[in-house]
Design a protein around this ligand. Structure first.
Ligand SMILES: [Zn+2]
Length: 329
């Protein structure tokens, strides 16, 4: 188990309000011993996939669930809340890899073959399930084709298309929805106790509720996000100074800088008039989008670009594209 992934939870883990339908469907299957042996859980970033899988794992491990959630008090709940539970394994990429590798899958196969230490489910989580090497995917098929008793495999992905078809076809797919604006705002307002602040955070996080929650929890994060938003807006409106943007990006964590730029880029592309979408500038922006996604994956896999160089390069490239003016086809 990776303690960082399975420790530090509240006593009781619950799904998010917009995940209720998926939650009730799966817990009803569990109560009737009809849960499939493998679930592919997909959903957009920042909408709570990890939280849903954590809540489901702890519910299934709990010795005495109460009102559709783990009880928070039994021996297994204390184990899963603290430093981990020997029947709960969470596997992710090692080092700079994009996905889990063959060595980790060998460990997973050994875990599957063990008897449950505490007599209930054994739960294996793979996050992300995409980016798996071919050798790892082939070896992992053994777990799916010969499921061990009382073992539930939970695969998490943003996009099922990124998971090898041989694995995908052997899992039941659970698509977790992104929340509509009002439910996300209601949830954030309940957590923060301030609806106006929640509204600002949701706007700064481009409607991504867990990102907005983070902005509200970290001192100064919302102010910083709003300042960045203004600077990006000026840049995309053709009014910003590339040096200011370079300074801003250089001061950010590289992963946050790339993610922030992607969010603004996508918003800008969504708002482009139809007659500009096939123009040269739009073409250059789509190419930039592709490079940023590659960079995002590389950073997630452990790459550590130099902040100042990255900031200057991104600001310069973006200014070059936007400064060329719209081109219509
Ligand atoms: Zn319990």
């Amino acid at each position: 188990m990776t303690p960082a992934d399975t420790s530090g939870h509240d006593a009781i883990s619950t799904p998010l309000p917009w995940q209720r339908d998926a939650w009730e469907g799966l817990t009803a299957l569990a109560e009737n011993d009809r849960l499939p042996h493998a679930l592919l859980v997909s959903g957009e970033e920042g909408t709570g996939r990890r939280r849903f899988v954590t809540a489901l794992s702890r519910y299934l491990l709990c010795q005495a669930p109460v009102q559709g959630s783990n009880c928070g008090q039994c021996k297994t709940c204390l184990l899963s809340q603290g430093n981990g539970h020997s029947d709960w394994r969470w596997v992710g990429p090692a080092g700079k890899a994009r996905g889990v590798g063959i060595d980790q899958i060998r460990d997973v196969i050994r875990f599957s073959a063990q008897t449950s230490a505490l007599g209930r489910y054994k739960i294996l989580v793979i996050h992300p399930a995409d980016g798996m090497t071919l050798a790892a995917a082939n070896a992992f098929l053994k777990c799916l084709e010969e499921p061990a008793e009382n073992t539930l495999i939970l695969l998490i992905t943003r996009s099922p298309a990124g998971v090898p078809a041989t694995i995908r076809s052997r899992c039941q797919h659970v698509r977790l929805p992104a929340p509509a604006y009002e439910p996300a705002l209601t949830w954030l307002a309940m957590l923060s106790g301030d609806r106006q602040l929640a509204k600002s955070a949701l706007a700064a996080a481009d409607g991504i509720p867990l990102q907005a929650d983070l902005l509200l929890r970290v001192d100064g994060a919302l102010d910083q996000a709003e300042a960045q938003e203004q600077m990006f807006s000026r840049l995309f409106d053709g009014e910003g100074e590339p040096t200011d943007v370079a300074t801003m990006l250089s001061g950010m964590d590289p992963g946050a800088a790339v993610s922030g730029l992607l969010v603004r880029l996508h918003r800008h592309l969504r708002e482009l008039p139809c007659d500009e979408l096939r123009g040269q500038r739009a073409h250059a922006l789509f190419a930039l989008d592709s490079r940023l996604r590659d960079l995002q994956r590389a950073i997630a896999g452990g790459a550590t670009p130099q902040k100042e160089l990255l900031g200057a390069a991104l600001a310069s490239e973006l200014a070059g594209i936007l400064g060329s003016g719209p081109s219509r086809c």
